[in-house]
Design a protein around this ligand. Structure first.
Ligand code: CAA
Length: 248
């Protein structure tokens, strides 16, 4: 058991490709893990698969793009388990398409799910973290928030917005024992990336110097590192993990 054994970690969008491995890794590290989900049908099957593998996270439903729902979820977690020590803002969606055809709805939904969600979750946990003089906030951005990607004006804007959010919140809470960092994954072998047209995807992989898609466990490894109590001096940072696709 690590020194983080009694700490509570909340992973949003936990039932997705990246989230699943984050939950497993944080449980392996000894955290009590809260897995946030939106779709009950998906969550039911997910929970059953996880328990067959010996993983028992606590599941809590909320649409993280909805400020009220997040507030209700955090209150329930606090009543049932205690306050959140580690928050991983992982939930995210894509609605790709060239800008000339992008609907307001696809802009709005991506901004709400990918950026407003970060505000909603951080806002509802930060005062307790300040009270306890401890916290780890990890925002999952994207290589496409650092560079351009054809067809992702909405997604790139939301993911780039996370960097400004992370850096500013990091300095505001730096003296309260709370760190705030961003991870920017490149193309990882998840359903989200596999949904990209195969020809386009193959071209993208050719542009990755490591020569392959990343593994979900590779992102989970970095989350585990930043979530640990030993990482108190790393804050306001952005960790690129993209196989060399974007170096700067
Ligand atoms: N670069 C340059 N030009 C491109 C292009 C590209 N990547 N893709 C399309 N075009 C051109 C076409 O050749 C065509 O040109 P003409 O008009 O001269 O014929 C035009 O753009 C097509 O425009 P459309 O309006 O028809 O494009 P579209 O609405 O069909 O969208 C797209 C194209 C589906 C968005 C396609 O570009 C695409 O799949 N892009 C990849 C998106 C992507 O990488 N998404 C990542 C999802 S996973 C993720 O986001 C996780 C993460 O964090 C990394």
């Amino acid at each position: 058991m690590t020194t983080d054994g009694n700490r509570i970690a909340l992973v949003t969008g936990a039932t997705g490709g990246l989230g699943t491995h984050m939950v497993k890794r944080l449980l392996d590290d000894g955290f009590t893990v809260v897995a946030n989900y939106r779709s009950p049908e998906k969550a039911e099957a997910w929970q059953s698969n996880m328990s067959q593998e010996g993983y028992t996270p606590h599941l809590y439903r909320a649409d993280v793009s909805d400020y009220q729902q997040v507030g209700d979820m955090i209150r329930r977690i606090e009543q049932d388990l205690g306050s959140v020590d580690v928050l991983v803002n992982n939930a995210g969606i894509t609605r790709d398409g060239s800008f000339k055809k992008m609907s307001y709805e696809n802009w709005d939904r991506v901004m709400r799910a990918n950026l407003y969600s970060v505000f909603n979750c951080c806002r509802h946990v930060i005062n307790r973290m300040i009270e306890h003089q401890y916290g780890r906030i990890i925002n999952i951005s994207s290589v496409n928030g650092q560079r351009a990607q054809f067809g992702q004006v909405n997604y790139a804007a939301a993911k780039a917005g996370m960097h400004g959010f992370t850096k500013t919140l990091a300095i505001e809470v730096a003296r309260k024992g709370i760190t705030v960092n961003t991870i920017s994954p490149g193309y990882i072998a998840t359903d989200m990336v596999m949904a990209v047209d195969e020809k386009v995807r193959e071209q993208i992989i050719q542009g990755i110097p490591v020569g392959r898609l990343g593994g979900t466990e590779e992102i989970a490894h970095l989350v585990s590192f930043l979530a640990s109590s030993e990482c108190g001096f790393i804050t306001g940072a952005n960790y690129a993990i993209n196989g060399g696709q974007h170096v700067y």
